[in-house]
Ligand binder design. Structure first.
Ligand code: SF4
Length: 303
């Protein structure tokens, strides 16, 4: 079967079997073409809540599927490739968080959404890269323990000098591979391009950027800007999608190490097999886990 034929079958099957397909922006273009909703993990979870279908396929990594299931517990949520996990989400366990809380008893625990559902049950509030600054500015605590991504945490800290932060030294292995030297080299090659980076990048990279923001923020900035060239400091797929959406502009990947192999595990065939009932994994979460991880997510939603 050709890619177009598989996509056609997927479109037919999802209608017939009452499935909604969510495609994270880091997925390949052939997957985004058959998705009902595309975007970042938080936006997708909200879209899933509004969707009418009983079954949801989350094309992304495991923690994203867990957030979808937490916000839509009455739906069947499937991960097309059960191996697709996020290494950052695995850096801390719930027990680690409990130990950190004992060490910092006066701090509110704020976790990035890129964490497991189990870890979330030990946290006070969840944030995304696009909402972290606003949520923590209004959050009723002056002392924040920010986990697990210290790069995102330090970027938030800079914008909230009135708050006191402590960090865990975790982070995204994909974004952390980029160094200042990559920036200098890329700027030399593309002197007219603006540099747009994700706050998961190291501080030495972010401080050289023209814009720092979430995946959604980077895409919106590049589309709106009058500039014609951009160096993109986030996952490679974003360059592909931007180039497709803005053919009159040029996009360069900051470094070829910006490829998240975990995000690339999911293929169109995995989605097809999940619809056929021959693959994928339905995410099963206990009521206790759903209600425990919902509490800090709810604080984010209500902020
Ligand atoms: S890009 Fe980083 S944070 Fe996102 S899924 Fe990959 S490893 Fe996890």
């Amino acid at each position: 079967m050709t890619t177009a034929e598989i996509q056609e079958e997927i479109r037919r099957l999802k209608k017939e079997k009452d499935f909604c397909i969510l495609g994270h922006a880091y997925q390949s273009h052939d997957i985004l073409e058959i998705a009902d909703f595309t975007g970042d993990s938080y936006g997708l979870a909200l879209s899933a809540r509004e969707a009418k279908q009983k079954n949801i396929i989350m094309c992304g990594v495991r923690f994203m599927g867990e957030v979808v299931k937490t916000l839509s517990p009455d739906r069947h949520v499937y991960l097309p490739n059960p191996m697709a996990g996020c290494p950052m989400a695995e850096q801390l366990t719930r027990e680690d968080v409990i130990r950190l809380k004992e060490r910092y008893p006066e701090h509110a625990v704020c976790a990035y959404i890129n964490t497991t559902a189990e870890l979330k049950t030990a946290c006070d509030v969840i944030v995304t890269s696009s909402s972290a600054v606003d949520i923590l500015r209004n959050y009723p605590a002056d002392k924040i323990l920010f986990i697990p991504d210290c790069n995102l945490g330090r970027w938030v800290e800079k914008q909230l000098p009135e708050k006191e932060f402590v960090f865990y030294s975790g982070g995204c292995p994909t974004h952390m591979r980029v160094k200042k030297e990559n920036v200098l080299e890329s700027k030399k090659l593309h002197p007219d391009a603006e540099l747009l980076v994700h706050p998961e990048c190291l501080e030495e990279v972010s401080e050289l950027a023209d814009y720092v923001g979430s995946t959604t923020g980077i895409m919106a900035y590049a589309k709106k800007s009058d500039k014609k060239e951009f160096i993109i400091g986030t996952e490679q797929a974003i360059v592909e999608h931007l180039q497709f959406e803005c053919p009159d502009k040029k996009f360069y990947l900051l470094s070829d190490c910006l490829v998240c192999h975990n995000m690339k595990l999911t293929t169109l065939m995995d989605v097809y097999n999940t619809l056929l009932g021959n693959g994928g994994e339905e995410l099963i979460m206990s009521d206790e886990l759903i209600s425990g991880s919902y509490k800090p997510i709810e604080r984010m939603l209500n902020s």
